[in-house]
Design a protein around this ligand. Structure first.
Ligand code: 5GP
Ligand code: MG
Ligand code: MG
Length: 191
């Protein structure tokens, strides 16, 4: 697919893996699928993991034609680009989830440690139902099993950024998903 043709705000962008059009089309499909699957539910809660899922969720919810509400929680599992396997709750969700059909949304499933941990935590809180939606799935990297009910795209083992996903908090604003050129990234001059 190559480099984008318009000027880019980062010099460590690798290849564009998923274009804005591909994202838009797939997110619409997921929203339509969720609309169908939850047509008998008036208690749909989209529960996102901060911060990577924010852009995905704001687009996804435009295509959910059911009553719904939105909440977030924040967990920490990563420092830089390596998973620690250690998960800590930084901020919990506000809604009491007992009466809700919950869809837990994250940007990407890598080792699976994060969603595996959060899923068990939420199940202990007795939601009416719980499903998982992830924009991206790096299948090859899985260490902990996670049932992904709604998956945007399966991707190879690249470190990616854009469309909400960051590298050290940079890159979330990009409208596409691209690999990070780690060599260039590590050589960059610090702002
Ligand atoms: P897991 O616990 O599944 O190993 O990691 C999940 C979290 O790691 C994701 O929510 C995301 O924050 C981060 N992560 C894993 N792979 C990538 C990647 O390629 N790019 C970015 N930006 N974050 C990633
Ligand atoms: Mg995350
Ligand atoms: Mg991150």
């Amino acid at each position: 697919m190559g480099m984008p043709t318009t000027p880019v705000p980062y010099d460590f962008i690798g290849d564009v893996l998923i274009t804005p059009q591909q994202i838009e089309d797939r997110v619409r499909e997921l929203g339509q699928q969720i609309t169908r699957d939850y047509q008998n539910s008036d208690h749909l809660l989209i529960l996102g993991l901060l911060r990577g899922s924010v852009m995905f969720i704001t687009d996804l919810m435009r295509h959910i034609q059911r009553p719904m509400t939105m909440d977030f929680m924040s967990v920490a599992s990563y420092s830089g680009t390596e998973s620690s396997g250690f998960i800590r709750i930084e901020a919990d969700h506000k809604t009491s989830i007992q009466n809700w059909d919950v869809i837990l949304v994250d940007d990407i499933v890598d080792t699976g440690y994060t969603l595996n941990f959060v899923r068990k935590l939420l199940l202990d809180r007795n939601p009416r139902s719980l499903k998982i939606c992830a924009l991206l799935d790096k299948v090859e990297r899985r260490k902990a099993a996670v049932p992904i009910d709604y998956c945007g795209f399966t991707i190879p083992d690249y470190f990616v950024m854009g469309y909400g996903l960051d590298i050290d908090e940079n890159g979330r604003n990009l409208p596409y998903i691209c690999s990070v050129n780690l060599e260039k990234y590590n050589q960059r001059s610090q702002p």
